[in-house]
Design a protein around this ligand. Structure first.
Ligand code: CUA
Length: 191
């Protein structure tokens, strides 16, 4: 039951009220502000670092990590003899995640940049470096590459941040950053 004929009720034919125009303009401008803040914040905020991703076969990735570990191993640690690998500064650092282990332990140098490669051999894992704000998904079949420059020397904790089964909580490791401006460079095997 229409009270007035339909043509009188076509809202888009009515002129906009001044208040309506003001509110629409405010909403539109605010939308633009938020949009550009997103871009601005990507570069200036203390954000998760951005990464590149490449397709990789898990077995091929494992071979690359193992080759780098054999070449740049400086010592072994723990009962399982997990290698500590000191990749060349400015070069590539390889790390893999698998149920339920990070392999190997990386030792980087403060102030030097690295291409850090990450991938998983089986399930989805999460690379979470403590106490920094670095949190990267480690996906089987993809090689994530981050360009990083450690700014602080010390021992950093590495935890898995994606639930990956019964051993998820034991999937912890560490990452060393050494300051070679004050100590002599570590010796490398087979160099
Ligand atoms: Cu690996 Cu959780």
């Amino acid at each position: 039951m229409a009270i007035s004929p339909p043509e009188d009720r076509l809202w888009w034919k009515r002129p906009l009220d001044r208040m309506e125009i003001i509110w629409i303009s405010i909403a539109f401008l605010w939308g633009l502000v938020m949009f550009f803040t997103m871009i601005y914040w990507h570069f200036t905020g203390r954000q998760n670092i951005s990464s590149e991703a490449y397709r990789v076969n898990p077995a091929a990735y494992a071979a690359k990590v193992e080759a780098a570990a054999n070449k740049y191993k400086v010592r072994e640690e723990g009962d399982t003899g997990i290698p500590v690998v000191h990749p060349p500064p400015g070069g590539d650092a390889y790390l893999l995640g698998r149920t339920w282990q990070w392999w190997p332990i990386l030792e980087l140098e403060k102030g030097k940049s690295y291409r850090l490669h990450l991938s998983s051999l089986d399930l989805l894992h999460g690379f979470s470096l403590q106490p920094t704000n670095i949190n990267i998904e480690v996906v089987p079949g993809y090689e994530m590459v981050l360009t990083i420059t450690p700014t602080e020397a010390g021992e950093f904790g590495l935890v898995c941040n994606e639930y990956c089964g019964i051993g998820h909580h034991i999937m912890v490791s560490k990452l060393y950053v050494v300051d070679n401006s004050t100590t002599p460079p570590a010796t490398t095997n087979g160099e």
